[in-house]
Structure formats: structure tokens, C-alpha cells
Ligand binder design. Structure first.
Ligand SMILES: [Zn+2]
Length: 853
């Protein structure tokens, strides 16, 4: 008997590890339409035998749509950076498919309070978005999508008909196609015929940067709100086209865990999310629990994960009458891995994802009316919420940086937030009609607008899964204003028209001037330098006659003298005008070098700008998202090609071709520091952010001094074993916004006009101010916290600390930036600082940066 049981066990294990056929996964009580291709018919292997590549995944989804057109419609939402299609299957009953557009229109009415009362929800299907593997190396979700798609297309019977009649499924097999492709290649190329389960094996240890990220090494599960990336933008368009009631987000967690489904930690729910949202999340959770119980899978809820930051897929829906659900399956990473819970097989992880997709749909069907009513009510309440909120509207816009203003407005419109022009009666001179907009809070997206604009300083908890504040106008460095009286609005903005570029005064025989304030000014200057033009930057202010009026030009104004160029006047005029057009910039054609006040154009206060040749150190130890943010900034926004140097390459190549090196947060154990120091001493500009600042100081490259935060407890305090998690955790800086004072005459602040610059900090690097009074261009005062949560001890350390310190090392400069100026590519308020370091690091006078002895 014992022998028999042992053999049976082995058989079960073998079955579970190899997943010979679909029987392991699919409910056996159901019959399947034989005309629908099984995954293997299309992808050439069983589900779970190999990791699905994105191209094969798409092939299967296309095959399903072709074989079951009465149930399945395939849409392409758009293409990723690497040109992979983001497919969306719309799955529902044949009857519903025939009137799909009508169903969509009826459904969307629920989100419009002016129409929702007339919508009849008695027979209205619920709309459920099932989404997979936004982290490409958490691939059991995407692999499970093969099964769910097959099941929904092929399963027969009354129960299935009933489900499809009541539910419209928006089925997204892969949230992050480029990451999934990268990871599947890795996992498959290391698979042995005899599965190796040792976690030390290469199969389980991806090379940097890994498959988690998109093409630019960004975490797409932080981008739902900023929507910087094409993948998010494509997806959001369909989210808002359909306004789903439920959106699921299938992830993986550490291999030693079990399975998590929401609700998460109750005290960490964003206060803008209604209580009813969590109640419905809990009701849906009963279905996941029952389905997982049935197959014997362990799980947990209400711990670790939270619903705070609205940039995550499971939280973004929560502020819009929808319910986001996070699933986290323990990862087998490769095909079979030894864990604390025994052997964890890839097929086992896939099965849990499949089963919870089914439990979601079953729950959605059962709770259909309650979810539809909740959605309708959520939007109906928006007007009441607006009435109870002190701020009635926000005005935003930067006269000097229209590109940034338009990027912000574009972001709002992506979320279907209505924006208006300023009214004719507008009189506040800080904002003008050509470069500012107004957003009323009395509109259906009231709560999301607050999620974008609110500053937060009160929190119920001191632990967070992600950042604690993201106040978007601060992040963009955009002037904005709260209006607290009934707001009058100008015309509704239907489509955004980005202002055209121009050369004021046409062709010049003498010089051109370009202000540095615009977001894309560095891109234009880089093109000029690449074309071999001689460019100077003003280190002083001046006023002169332009187009018949006196105009003030600020520090950082770019001067293009005509007589010093190789190009003749005509050719130069064509180039300048083309760049003004391309980057939508205003350039001034000048006829004289004689100014009214300040430095004349021939003064040595105008310093020649050298073309930056940039390399960034990347590879193991370096924080991939920090590096990705720099890559994205330079490549996508500034059109500047930069070399990505691995430490091993750095150590053996000639560095003379680079005049600018970038090192971001992370560790650099293998970098040759003597070689780096020699390069700086010879005149290089080394730009350091976050932990790289500490690394350089520890390795004798800079001599920045640091402050330490006080310990939160002392040895005399009586604490329990379980207090530690909360107390230690609270000393992390999860991410908050601090206002730095800026020395607006310093080359690193060129292009800024506000005295206080909002910077983002998610580290514990606290720099002392330099003893040289000219070497700390950004510094924190006694009340630096603008929005977010930070412990008292950490806040004390940040007070009166330096945000940016410049060192002289030989003929070179080291620019130490304690925070992350490029955070998640929406921190446009920091991008000028970063670009200034690249373009003007060499301009900084040695005496203003000298290291104190
Ligand atoms: Zn994940």
C-alpha cells in the first residue's frame, strides 16, 4: 500500500512538473469545442513545458479569434517600443458580440452622471479586464493566459453560456510584451531536459537588467498614472473606451511565498478610494479563496501589498469607480525551483493564475449588479465630493516652458480629465491664455484629479509598498494655483494644439538668442553642436531691444553668433529656423551686440559650450530603473545618443572620447576607481545621483560629507519582537517630495525661474552643504517637506542639508545630486538640473566648486 501511494505521489509530481496535457489545468467537468485549436496546436509545446514567447502568444490569440469569431474579437491596441503588438481580445457571448458597440456605449453611460440614471443595468453585462505579467519575468500570468483564452473560446455548456451572456471580458494576455520576450528567451535557453531545481543555477538568475522592465528599463506597473510610455498610453485609451468594472493584474512574488490576492493592508488604502471599493474587493476575494481551496493551493490576503499609489495597475482603477485586483503568485522563475515550500513547478504557478482568472469571472457574474451600481454611484457622487472640497479648480501653465505645460495637459487628457481654456475675464498675470489651462474639480474624474494634484502630509500608516507622494504639478515643476471660489471656465479644450516654433525677426546677420527655459532647448542645442555650430551660454543676465521692445534675457540664454560660424548667413538661418520648428522653440534674431543693461554679447560672460559626449555606467549593481530614466530622457526627449558602459568595458577602454560620465543609484564594486578619478582630474564631468554620490565619496573621488539620521529607538527602550518590522520599515524613505532652494545664478539652475524646486527623494543620502558658499546650488531649508511621508529622524537629517554639491577634482568637476532628478520620467521639474549638469558642468568656475581643505 505504501509503495502504491509512493508511486502515485511520483506520478502526480511528474504530472504536475511536466504538464503533459491540458488535463492538469482545465476543469474536467466541461466539454470543449473541438474546432478551437488547443495551445499546442499553435505554439508547438504544452503550456508550462517552455516559457511562452510573445510572438507565439500573439499567434495563439490570433488563432483563437479566427476559430471562434462569434465569441472572440481581436483588437490591436498599438505597438511597443520594440514593435510588438499589444493585443486585446474582447470575449463575450455571440449574442453580445453582435451588439458590442451598443453594449459599450450603454456601459460607458454609467460613468457619466448626466446620463447614468437612464441606463438600465438589469441586463447589462459587467466589463472585466483580465491583465497579465506587466513584469515580464513574472510570466506565469502570460502563460496562464493561453489557458484562459482557450477556456473562454472553447468551453461549452449552460454555465459557460451564462457567464458569457453576463460578462464582457477584455483580455490582455501580456501587459509588457518586450519584457516577456526578453525573459522567455532567458528561461528557455537555460532549461535542461532533466529539470534543474537548484536556485543557484543560471536559469534562475537573469542577467542585468532582467525581463521585469519595458524596453527603457522602466517598471510599467508604476506608469499607469504618469503614462509616459507607449505601452501605457495604448492601454489607457482602451481602458477609457470601455471603463471596466474590474481590472486584474496577475503578478509573481518571491519563490518562497504562496499566493496573494487583494484586499491588501487595510491601513494603506489611499484615502481617495471609497470604502465600498475594499468591501467589493473582499467579496470578490471569497471567490478566489473558494477556487484555490478546491485545487489545494495556499494563499494569503491583507498583508504586504497595498492600494496607495495610483500609478499601479491594481490601484489606478480604484479612483475611477472600478476595482483593481492584484494577484501575486510565488515565482518558479524558471521551470522548477527548490523553495522553502518544497519544489515549485512552473505549471503549478500557471494553474493558480488560470484558476484565479476564472474565479474573477465567476465572482463578476455573481456580483454583476452590485459592481455596476457601485460604478454608477461612484461617478454620481463626484459632484457631491466636489461640493465638499475647498478647491474648486486648478490653473496650471508655464509661460516659459510651453512643452512642459502641454505634456502635463496631454497627460490629464489621457485620463479623460476635462480641461478648459482660461476665461476671457482672467486677470492673474502669472498665467496667460496662451500657455495655461484650468481644470474644474466638478467633473466625473474629480477623485482622479485630486489623486494627481493633492499634496499629502497625513497618513494612517508609516509603511508603504511604493512612493508616498507624487503631486504631479510639483513633479513637472509647473506653476499652478488653487482656485477656491466658483470657477469660471473658458472654452473646453477638445484637442491640444502645441504652439509652433518661430524665429522672431527672421534671418539675422549678427546673432541668434535662445532662452534655456523650454524643456527641449537642450535637444536643439545638442543638434546645433552636432552640426558644428559655435554656441555660447550667458552666465549673466542682460536686457536688449527685441522686435521694438526691451526684453530681459536670463542666465543660461544661448547665443549663436553668426560671424563665427562656418555656415553662411543663409544656411545658418535655415538651420536655426528648422530647429525652432522641430522643437517648437522661440528664437530671437538679433541685429546688434549692444545691450541696454548687463553684458554685451561679445563679453566673456558668454562662455563657449562644448558638445557633450556622454557615457553612463550600467550593468550589475546599477539600479536599472534609475539608469533607464537617464536613457529615456536622453534618447526619447533630447535625441542625445549616449554610450552604455559596463564596468568591465569601462575598465579596459580609452575614456578620452567621453567628456561626461553618468553614474546613478546602485553599487559599483567592479569599477576601476583610479581610472575614473584620473579621467575626472583630466577635465571630465562626472554626474552622480543618489547612492552613487556616497559611492564616489567612499572611494576618494569626491569629498562630500554626509549627515546621519538619528536612530529611531535607543537601547533602553522596551520593545517586542514584532515591533521591529514597523519601526525599521518606517526609517526607509519610500519616496517623498522636498522643496530645495536654488541659487538661480548658478549654471546648474539655468532655465529655472522658481526659487523653490521640488525634488524627489527615495534614498537616505543626506549631504552636508559645502563650506565653499558657491558650491551648493540646491539646498534644503528648515521646512523642506512638501508632500509625502518621512520619519521625524529622516526629516531632521534632510533639513538644512545639500541637494546638489559641486566638487573640483583636478581640472574636472564632480556634480553630486543626492536625489533622483529624472524620477520615472515624469519628474520634468528635475530634468533641467540634469541637463544643465551635462551641458554646463564644464562651465562651472573652478573657484566656485573648489573642495574645502
Ligand atoms: Zn510584479
Amino acid at each position: 500500500m505504501r509503495k502504491f501511494l509512493f508511486a502515485l505521489c511520483l506520478l502526480l509530481i511528474a504530472n504536475c512538473f511536466n504538464a503533459q496535457d491540458l488535463k492538469y489545468y482545465l476543469p474536467d467537468s466541461v466539454t470543449y469545442n473541438p474546432s478551437i485549436p488547443k495551445p499546442k496546436d499553435i505554439i508547438y509545446h504544452e503550456v508550462g513545458e517552455w516559457h511562452i514567447t510573445h510572438d507565439r502568444l500573439v499567434n495563439y490569440m490570433k488563432a483563437i479569434a479566427a476559430a471562434a469569431p462569434d465569441r472572440v474579437k481581436l483588437e490591436t491596441m498599438g505597438l511597443t517600443y520594440e514593435g510588438r503588438p499589444q493585443v486585446l481580445l474582447i470575449i463575450t457571448s455571440p449574442k453580445n458580440q453582435q451588439r458590442l458597440e451598443e453594449i459599450r456605449q450603454q456601459h460607458v453611460k454609467l460613468t457619466d452622471p448626466s446620463q447614468s440614471s437612464s441606463a438600465n443595468i438589469d441586463n447589462m453585462p459587467i466589463v472585466v479586464w483580465i491583465g497579465h505579467s506587466i513584469h515580464g519575468n513574472e510570466s506565469s500570468g502570460a502563460n496562464g493566459s493561453l489557458l484562459t483564452a482557450y477556456y473562454l473560446a472553447a468551453a461549452q455548456g449552460k454555465q459557460m453560456d451564462d457567464l458569457l451572456d453576463n460578462v464582457v471580458v477584455l483580455f490582455d494576455p501580456s501587459f509588457n510584451p518586450d519584457g516577456l520576450q526578453r525573459f522567455s528567451t532567458w528561461a528557455n535557453q537555460h532549461k535542461s531536459k532533466n529539470l534543474v531545481s537548484d536556485p543557484n543555477s543560471r536559469e534562475f538568475n537573469e542577467v542585468w537588467p532582467g525581463g521585469r522592465f519595458n524596453h527603457y528599463w522602466f517598471d510599467l506597473n508604476r506608469d499607469w498614472l504618469p503614462a509616459v510610455h507607449v505601452e501605457s498610453q495604448n492601454r489607457l485609451a482602451w481602458f477609457h473606451k470601455w471603463k471596466p468594472n474590474i481590472l486584474t493584474d496577475h503578478h509573481e512574488q518571491g519563490s518562497n511565498a504562496t499566493f496573494f490576492f487583494q484586499p491588501g493592508v487595510p491601513s494603506r488604502v489611499n484615502p481617495l478610494t471609497p470604502e465600498k471599493n475594499q468591501e467589493l474587493t473582499g467579496k470578490l476575494g471569497k471567490f478566489h479563496a473558494a477556487f484555490l481551496d478546491r485545487i489545494g493551493s495556499m494563499y494569503f490576503t491583507k498583508e504586504n501589498y497595498d492600494d496607495f499609489y495610483y500609478g499601479k495597475g491594481s490601484t489606478y482603477p480604484d479612483v475611477q469607480g472600478c476595482i483593481g485586483i492584484l494577484f501575486e503568485q510565488a515565482s518558479s522563475r524558471g521551470h522548477l525551483q527548490q523553495t522553502n515550500n518544497g519544489l515549485l513547478s512552473f505549471p503549478f504557478t500557471i494553474r493558480n493564475q488560470f484558476v484565479t482568472a476564472l474565479s474573477t469571472l465567476e465572482g463578476a457574474k455573481a456580483l454583476r449588479k452590485e459592481f455596476l451600481e457601485y460604478q454608477r454611484d461612484f461617478f454620481k457622487q463626484s459632484s457631491n465630493r466636489a461640493g465638499a472640497f475647498a478647491t474648486k479648480a486648478y490653473v496650471f501653465g508655464d509661460k516659459n516652458d510651453k512643452a512642459k505645460t502641454f505634456e502635463f495637459a496631454t497627460m490629464l487628457k489621457r485620463h479623460q480629465i476635462q480641461i478648459n481654456e482660461l476665461p476671457d475675464s482672467w486677470s492673474d498675470k502669472d498665467f496667460d491664455k496662451n500657455s495655461a489651462f484650468i481644470v474644474s474639480l466638478d467633473q466625473p474624474q474629480h477623485s482622479l484629479i485630486r489623486g494627481i494634484f493633492d499634496k499629502t502630509l497625513d497618513y494612517k500608516d508609516s509603511l508603504f509598498y511604493d512612493i508616498t507622494a507624487w503631486t504631479m504639478p510639483l513633479a513637472f515643476g509647473l506653476p499652478y494655483k488653487e482656485i477656491t471660489t466658483a470657477a469660471s471656465l473658458g472654452a473646453k479644450v477638445e484637442s491640444l494644439n502645441f504652439p509652433k516654433g518661430e524665429v522672431v525677426g527672421g534671418k539675422s546677420n549678427y546673432a541668434y538668442l535662445l532662452e534655456w527655459d523650454e524643456l527641449h532647448a537642450p535637444a536643439a542645442v545638442n543638434e546645433m553642436l552636432t552640426a558644428g555650430l559655435v554656441i555660447k551660454v550667458a552666465t549673466n543676465t542682460f536686457e536688449m531691444q527685441v522686435a521694438g521692445a526691451n526684453k530681459k534675457f536670463d542666465y543660461g540664454t544661448i547665443l549663436i553668433p553668426v560671424g563665427q560660424q562656418k555656415d553662411n548667413t543663409e544656411t545658418l538661418a535655415i538651420k536655426i529656423s528648422a530647429l525652432a520648428e522641430k522643437y517648437r522653440l522661440k528664437v530671437y534674431a538679433i541685429t546688434t551686440g549692444n545691450v541696454n543693461t548687463g553684458s554685451d554679447l561679445g563679453s566673456n560672460k558668454f562662455i563657449v559650450v562644448t558638445k557633450p559626449s556622454v557615457a553612463m555606467i550600467v550593468g550589475p549593481g546599477v539600479n536599472p530603473t534609475d539608469a533607464g530614466e537617464v536613457w529615456h530622457m536622453l534618447d526619447q526627449r533630447m535625441n542625445i545618443p549616449a554610450t552604455h558602459l559596463e564596468s568591465s568595458v569601462f575598465n579596459r577602454v580609452d575614456l578620452n572620447k567621453y567628456n561626461t560620465l553618468i553614474m546613478v543609484g546602485g553599487s559599483y564594486p567592479d569599477l576601476n576607481k583610479d581610472k575614473l578619478k584620473t579621467w575626472v582630474q583630466a577635465g571630465g564631468v562626472l554626474i552622480l545621483t543618489e547612492e552613487a554620490v556616497s559611492w564616489a565619496a567612499q572611494n576618494g573621488i569626491s569629498d562630500v560629507k554626509f549627515k546621519r539620521a538619528k536612530a529611531p529607538v535607543d537601547s533602553t527602550q522596551k520593545l517586542t519582537y514584532t515591533d521591529r518590522e514597523q519601526i525599521d520599515g518606517a526609517q526607509q524613505i519610500f519616496g517623498a517630495i522636498f522643496g530645495a532652494d536654488a541659487d538661480l545664478a548658478h549654471p546648474l539652475t539655468y532655465g529655472y525661474n522658481q526659487k523653490t524646486i521640488s525634488l524627489f527623494k527615495a534614498n537616505r543620502v543626506f549631504m552636508e552643504k559645502s563650506k565653499n558658499p558657491y558650491a551648493t546650488p540646491f539646498y534644503y531649508g528648515s521646512k523642506p517637506l512638501q508632500s509625502g511621508w518621512v520619519s521625524r529622524e529622516n526629516l531632521d537629517a534632510i533639513k538644512n542639508s545639500a541637494a546638489v554639491v559641486v566638487n573640483t577634482v583636478g581640472n574636472g568637476r564632480v556634480i553630486n545630486i543626492a536625489d533622483n532628478p529624472n524620477f520615472r520620467a515624469f519628474w520634468l521639474g528635475g530634468s533641467k538640473l540634469f541637463m544643465n549638469a551635462i551641458f554646463f558642468g564644464r562651465v562651472i568656475d573652478a573657484a566656485s566648486a573648489r573642495t574645502e581643505e
